[in-house]
Design a protein around this ligand. Structure first.
Ligand SMILES: Nc1ncnc2c1ncn2[C@@H]1O[C@H](COP(=O)(O)OP(=O)(O)OP(=O)(O)O)[C@@H](O)[C@H]1O
Ligand SMILES: [Mg+2]
Length: 502
């Protein structure tokens, strides 16, 4: 076999093996040569096809006419063209789509002929249509942004997502810029830039106002395509109407509020149950004593004035306890309505100390105030009266814990660090045993005698500190002492700068 024969055989093999359709046609649209793939579609053999045209096999005159005219135009121009066209399967009548590359040439006899290489894209188009259908049904629009030439294209569905008519805008960019709220446009553009820079994925939401003045929340997601050097060339993404998600979000927020409210009601209920229990005790005592006194009085002459006085004293104590409980509860309810203002905590501490220093001195207690790390006054959002209550409660607990200590000290430290102020109240008293540490903030939890404590002090401290957006940490060791650390976010305010400037 010589070289020419060998090449001919190879060409023949390629021709016969290809899945794509390869045809050579003459000026009149007659087949000169064609691959078995088309012969199969036309339910015949390649040999049978030579000298005949499409009509001979499909019987579709219109289609055959189109093929012929189109091929002639291309041969006339002498330039290659890509055409998307349809062809019919003669066996089952199915119409299939092809992407045909048509290349005109002049054969060795000087006649104009054309080579058509056609790729069956029916399945791709079907998939594309399905894809479009799904996106449209789900009201999702697509966009494609040619980053290099700065050209944006929208699918028709995207115009629907934005609730606008395509023809009212000069292009997708025009539509986008006019619809998005100017403030958000800036943000979204920044987010796009960040996506191109590769610092974050593009996933955003922005509000628009449709021509019908309807507010919509549009979701946007996109992916960046890059060249080999990593330079962005294209972004492809989707937009969808997010109003349902947005409404769900709002509903969720509302639900959270309700839950919060319910939790509050539950805690009030718990409190009320506790109050009932606590008040019942002193009431029972008072009631019991009164009935004893009554029956004693009935047995006239048997009661001594001394006994009468001690019994009545017990009634007074019970009464005092009720008053104390009710007072404590009042400071709970009050903290809800009290206005917050800028407060320098040191000032409040000094005022509180002024009120009580004599009393504590008499009990042998020394106050130490350390402000080494509190160099300039800072301000927190709080309420002065309530903050005083917090310190009074902490001091009074410390005082009671110190009753059996020799060297009675209460150390107060103020420290400002990283926009936070730390206030520590430390005593060297009895300390708090591990097993009750997580209960001491509960309302009515007390280890003190009936007439000494209500157990409301620390729960008031806790709720007040929370109200001022603060935190509270407890450190305590039995027989060594206890430290309560409060911390609050610092609010720097003009009030301070004005003072400094003046
Ligand atoms: N500094 C402290 N040292 C040791 N124990 C403390 C200290 N502070 C609180 N406690 C413990 O925590 C319990 C609860 O304190 P809380 O202030 O809530 O109530 P109370 O002091 O018992 O009563 P009230 O404050 O109404 O007089 C106390 O009974 C005590 O056992
Ligand atoms: Mg207390």
């Amino acid at each position: 076999m010589d070289k020419l024969d060998e090449e001919k055989e190879l060409l023949e093999r390629i021709f016969n093996q290809t899945i794509d359709i390869i045809i050579v046609k003459d000026w009149n649209g007659k087949f000169v040569k064609c691959s078995p793939s088309l012969a199969h579609l036309y339910n015949t053999t390649p040999e049978e096809m030579v000298g005949k045209d499409d009509f001979d096999f499909t019987g579709n005159k219109e289609q055959a006419e189109f093929f012929k005219k189109n091929a002639q135009a291309i041969m006339e121009k002498g330039q290659r063209e890509i055409v998307i066209e349809e062809s019919t399967n003669t066996e089952n009548g199915e119409v299939r789509q092809f992407r045909s590359i048509k290349t005109p040439f002049i054969n060795h006899r000087g006649e104009k002929q054309i080579i058509v290489v056609a790729q069956d894209i029916t399945d791709i188009i079907k998939l594309q249509n399905e894809h479009q259908f799904i996106l449209k049904a789900m009201k999702v629009g697509t966009w494609s942004w040619d980053v290099v030439n700065d050209k944006l294209e929208w699918s028709d569905a995207n115009y629907e997502v934005f609730g606008i008519d395509k023809k009212d805008f000069s292009g997708a960019f025009d539509a986008w810029e006019k619809m998005v709220h100017p403030e958000y446009l800036k943000t979204v553009k920044l987010e796009l830039q960040q996506a191109l820079d590769g610092v974050r994925v593009f996933n955003t939401t922005f509000p628009i106002l449709t021509p019908e003045k309807e507010l919509r929340y549009i979701g946007g997601k996109g992916e960046v395509y890059r060249d080999q050097a990593g330079k962005p060339i294209k972004m492809i993404g989707v937009n969808w109407d997010k109003i349902v998600e947005h409404l769900n979000f709002l509903e969720n927020e509302e639900r959270k509020k309700i839950l919060h409210h319910q939790a509050k009601l539950a805690s009030i209920g718990q409190l009320a149950a506790g109050v009932g229990h606590e008040i019942n005790n002193p009431l029972a005592i008072a009631d019991g004593i009164v009935s004893i006194l009554k029956s004693n009085l009935l047995k006239a002459g048997t009661i001594e004035i001394e006994t009468l006085l001690t019994q009545l004293e017990k009634v007074t104590k019970a009464h005092q306890r009720i008053v104390k409980i009710v007072q404590g509860l009042k400071s709970f309810s009050r903290s809800d309505t009290e206005e917050l203002e800028l407060i320098d905590p040191l000032e409040t501490i000094n005022e509180t100390l002024n009120m009580i220093s004599d009393l504590y001195k008499n009990a042998g207690i020394e106050f130490l105030l350390d402000t080494t790390n509190y160099l300039k006054p800072v301000f927190i959002y709080a309420n002065k009266g309530l903050l005083q209550q917090v310190f009074l409660n902490l001091f009074s607990n410390a005082k009671q814990a110190l009753s059996r200590s020799k060297d009675k000290k209460i150390e107060i430290t103020l420290e400002e660090k990283k926009q936070e102020i730390f206030i520590r109240v430390k005593d060297n008293g009895s300390g708090i045993p591990e097993e009750i540490k997580d209960r001491i903030f509960d309302p009515f939890f007390t280890t003190k005698d009936l007439n000494e404590g209500t157990g409301l002090g620390l729960s008031i401290v806790y709720s007040t500190v929370k109200e001022f957006k603060g935190k509270i940490i407890l450190k305590s060791d039995v027989n060594i002492g206890t430290c309560f650390e409060l911390s609050f976010p610092v609010v720097y305010q003009q009030k301070e700068r004005q003072q400094e400037g003046a």
